[in-house]
Design a protein around this ligand. Sequence first.
Ligand SMILES: Cc1cc2nc3c(=O)[nH]c(=O)nc-3n(C[C@H](O)[C@H](O)[C@H](O)COP(=O)(O)O)c2cc1C
Length: 207
Amino acid sequence: MTTWHFYEPAAGHGLKHDPLNAIVAPRPIGWISTLSVDGVRNLAPYSFFNLFNYAPPLIGFSSVGWKDSVANVAATGAFVWNLATRPLAEAMNASSAGVDAATDEFALAGIAAAPSRLVAPPRVADSPVAFECRLTQLIRLQTKEGRALDQWLVIGEAVGIHIDAGMLEDGVYQTARARPISRGGGPADYFETREDALFRMHRPDQA
Ligand SMILES: Cc1cc2nc3c(=O)[nH]c(=O)nc-3n(C[C@H](O)[C@H](O)[C@H](O)COP(=O)(O)O)c2cc1C
């Protein structure tokens, strides 16, 4: 018989480590580039991140606190999402350093930038996919009682999408070929998406 560890998060998890981000894992990484109003290039990873709609494509990331990325999107209305891959993992990690808003985080992390076509923030040149996005909603998260939190959900519409054509096979995007990385739990766990973990299962109404 299964023994369950049940807890009410408001009263604490009662474990050595908070299991939340190890359970909802692995999470894709929102590697977000923005520009400040003064034109300073900003780059940071957000694993509270996902795709929320097909048409138009809507993606979002959530910031625990009013961080530079959110401030820049709020002020300029634009951001770029860059795919974080295994070859770029260390650079992605370096770009998470908590530095002041005047620091160019592309330069800090030694990351080459490429110009975007439709929005002002640059993209990560070596990232095989980038979505140029315009802000659609900036939502302040709240508790069930309606108490406002200092957590901010940024949702943007992808208005321009760059794909390294080498990631396409007969017009089909090959997810594992880019070696995307995702965030696991604890202070340091990541997963790489590999072809050998792939399995296929069609929906019952689409078999
Ligand atoms: C893989 C990874 C995922 C992260 N995910 C988040 C997240 O979802 N939300 C958040 O607020 N911070 C997250 N962080 C921390 C931010 O990247 C960090 O606070 C960064 O300095 C924010 O940069 P900014 O102030 O330039 O926006 C993450 C860090 C790493 C390494």
